[in-house]
Design a protein around this ligand. Structure first.
Ligand code: SF4
Length: 394
């Protein structure tokens, strides 16, 4: 809660006092909250400039301004590798597409969210923000290993456009010669003319999630008052830009059954899909750690409807990786095997409650444990799929 007048010190951070929590708050780039106990801050301000206090002063809490969860800032100096985690860094699933995950956290609270994101999340304990230079350098290394024709796909557990260093990241990625396509997922709510102009300089395709054209239904699905008209305007602007637009609704039975056909018509009307398909309709799937709804449609029913709409609208709706130029490529070698045991220090909070991060052979490993950051733990690797490592304490 902000209780004193906010002031903008340098254009990069704002500051205010939170009297309720007794903290001095610096809000960096409208995303990172650095919170310092007021009594401690009073002493520091007499001796140090604010820039120094924001960067270095301890004790401090760093939290996401959007979700209010602890924010782990992943820099080269943090010692946290960028391979091995599903929520941040880079994911190589054995193709020419590399997933680039620069930030977690979301400004929406979709009732169908597969990663239980947003401020109302009950399972996510921490968020991550990766330094752009560190991320781009690691991507370059992987892109060189993969060879020509790499797609850097910016997605994540949350809304990528919350990332406060997006232009810097895109600029760095665009200089990697093996990267021929940069694509991005977004819920579109944070876009405006200026940001679309910025994205147009670097991005080939935007996958925009719109799951209803009816205001009430859209808000019900998003879990907040959803800015529908702004998102639809943004969709039109993207379609008119040099970028390709793919509209990606999630079909949630009982919530937006009548909306999907309207979205197909809207996508075709505004000219989505130039080089790529205009629509990527997804079926709601209840995931173990995602939000769960009662009604689940069978794959049979889902694909039958897509086939009908394909005929009716003359548009490709059942998509394959080849439609996006995806092809198999050798994977970055995995240095960790299932069943191996390690002892290491827990270096940061985990993404979910009951998890911490550890480092093994230049990979980040999620360890299920109740120990604290800084403690040592002995653990066994129980999952290695797609180079994402999960371990149980033993
Ligand atoms: S926009 Fe995406 S990440 Fe955000 S809450 Fe909705 S489904 Fe989850």
């Amino acid at each position: 809660m902000q209780t004193s007048k906010e002031s903008d010190v340098s254009g990069i951070f704002k500051e205010y006092e939170d009297k309720k929590s007794g903290e001095k708050v610096f809000l960096v780039r409208d995303f990172i909250e650095v919170r310092i106990p007021l009594s401690h801050y009073r002493k520091l301000e007499k001796r140090y400039p604010k820039e120094y206090i924001v960067s270095i002063a301890e004790p401090r809490k760093v939290i996401s301004h959007v979700t209010k969860r602890e924010l782990v800032v992943v820099t080269r100096e943090s010692g946290i590798p960028l391979l091995g985690h599903a929520a941040f860094g880079l994911i190589d699933r054995g193709t020419n597409l590399i997933q680039v995950r620069c930030v977690t956290g979301c400004n929406l609270n979709c009732i169908f969210c597969s990663v239980d994101e947003g401020r109302r999340s009950r399972t996510r304990a921490a968020d991550y923000l990766v330094e752009p230079e560190y991320l781009a350098e690691k991507l370059k290394e992987i892109a060189e290993f993969k060879g020509k024709g790499v797609e850097a796909h910016i997605d994540g557990q949350g809304e990528p456009l919350l990332y406060p260093y997006m232009e810097e990241l895109l600029e760095r990625i665009s200089r990697i010669k093996e990267v021929e396509v940069i694509s991005m997922q977004t819920n579109g709510t944070l876009l405006n003319d200026d940001r679309i102009d910025m994205l147009e300089k670097y991005v080939t395709r935007i996958n925009l999630s719109i799951s209803a054209l009816d205001q009430k239904k859209a808000s019900r699905l998003a879990g907040i008052k959803y800015p529908l008209s702004r998102v639809l305007e943004n969709a039109k602007m993207i379609a008119e830009s040099k970028m390709d637009l793919l509209i990606a609704p999630v079909w949630v039975p009982g919530y937006n059954d009548d909306e999907i056909e309207k979205i197909i018509r809207f996508a075709l009307e505004i000219g989505a899909g130039k080089r790529y398909p205009p629509l990527g309709i997804q079926k709601y799937i209840p995931y173990r750690y995602g939000r769960k709804l009662k009604n689940v449609m069978s794959f049979r029913e889902f694909y039958d409807r897509l086939v009908e709409w394909e005929k009716e609208y003359g548009v490709k709706l059942i998509l394959r990786p080849e439609d996006f130029g995806m092809e198999k490529r050798p994977r970055i070698p995995q240095p960790i095997r299932k069943g191996e045991r390690f002892r290491a220090r827990l270096i940061a909070e985990g993404r979910m409650f009951g998890e911490k991060l550890a480092v093994v052979r230049d990979r980040v490993v999620t360890v299920r444990t109740d120990r604290k950051v800084g403690d040592f733990a002995t653990f066994e690797i129980v999952r290695t799929h797609d180079g994402i490592f999960l371990a149980e304490e033993v």
